[in-house]
Design a protein around this ligand. Sequence first.
Ligand code: ADP
Length: 493
Amino acid sequence: MASGLKPKKRMSLKWKWAIGTGVGALFIFGLFSFFLFKNVTDSLYSEELRNVEATVNQVHDRLQNEEVVDYKTTNTFRPNLNQQTANKNNQGGFNDSLLANLTRRDFVVTVYNLKKDAVFSNEETTIPVKLSNQRSITKQRYQNQNIIVGQSPILNKNKKLIGYVSVVDRLTDYDSNYQRLIWLFGLTSILIFMIISIFGYSLASYLLKPMKSINETMHQLEEDPQTDSRVPKLRTNDELSDLAQEFNEMIDRMQRYIDQQRQFVEDVSHELRTPVAVVEGHLKMLERWGKDDPKVLEESIEASLEETKRMKSLVSEMLDLTRADQIEINYSNEKTNVVRLVDQVFNDFKMIHPEFNFVMDDDITGEPIVHIYRNHLEQVLVILLDNAVKYSKKRKEIHISTANTKQSVEIAIQDFGEGISEENLKQVFNRFYRIDKARSRDQGGNGLGLSIAKKLIEEYHGNISLESSIGSGSIFRIELPVIQSDTSEDDNY
Ligand code: ADP
């Protein structure tokens, strides 16, 4: 990190997870509580309205047999002294048990005569009510509080107006229920937030524990790319254990790649050192005595040119090898008609090496097309045929055979030369590997031919194999997947 910059404050994944799940749960519970709360308070409120209406009806029905409404006719509502003490707490100041059951302590029931004077009230403090000849139940504000006011004219059986009744619900029960619900939902929400957050934090800590060891291994790798430390095997058997395993495999691959690169650079320097030393030796010799000696001059120039040619071929082969890594990108759509190409290479070799007997054994049906850049397949065939020529000193005979199935094409190149011992079989495909260094060098070989051939064929998802025994010769087999079997005449593959 740049020294001038302040390190950015960061929040660990555990906290993010804990807070995230907590907030999520809070939101869901909040939504749920809101609808529940609204539902409960709405039905409580409707209950209050129904109670007010029922009380108004009750009082009205009690008085409808009277001719007038006055202190006397409303006397039955009043409690007698004995009952008053006995029932004070549960009858709300009424003598009448039915009324007492209906009306609650936060109800103020007032009965008026025709002049709208209060002749009965269950409380001394009356709340002013606008009386009218129309029954109404309304919500109003009184002393900064919501109240429900129900009022009705009292008509006797002869439909004669004899007085009025008003019922005021101070909503204290409703309000306290309302408050209680708010507290209940509030506290439950906080509790849910805390429980879910703690649970989320613990779960995230447990799940992310393997990340710590992955992170530690990454740090060690950063300090020493060739470190032997790996993420310990996780027993969780989930995505993280897969990640750890992938990570370990990736380190293995990366270290193998680094090793290969280092080895390659070492090999290249080693291979270049000899021709450079040879050229340098000749130049020094020329500098000392050779300038005036035409024989030395000619020999030195010839030898230097030979070594330069070798360096040139080495560099171009190395380039081929590195370019083979880009095949997937550069040659993904290339197609080749195997029969035509093999025929052409076969004829070329017959012409260049007339001392050899080239035999073609064509077992191919149709004209299979394989996904490979034409020049790459040609290069592979040339490498194999060149080797066959180079390493067949006694019996100068080379067989090229081709065969195909629906899925693949096989091209085999067989010679009857010196052959390769079992211990060398696997190594001949390695870079710069030569069985007999001096002899191969004399024949212009850098030990890169087979590694280029293998790399090219494998990049096109094919396979190259070798069978050989000392003294009897070798067979190299190339297998490539077929993409189509073409019988048309006018293609350019
Ligand atoms: P070079 O350029 O030296 O031929 P290659 O990679 O093509 O390098 O081959 C590697 C080694 O495998 C050769 O040095 C040679 O010893 C051996 N080899 C390759 N092809 C044959 C063959 N057809 N017969 C016998 N030996 C072979």
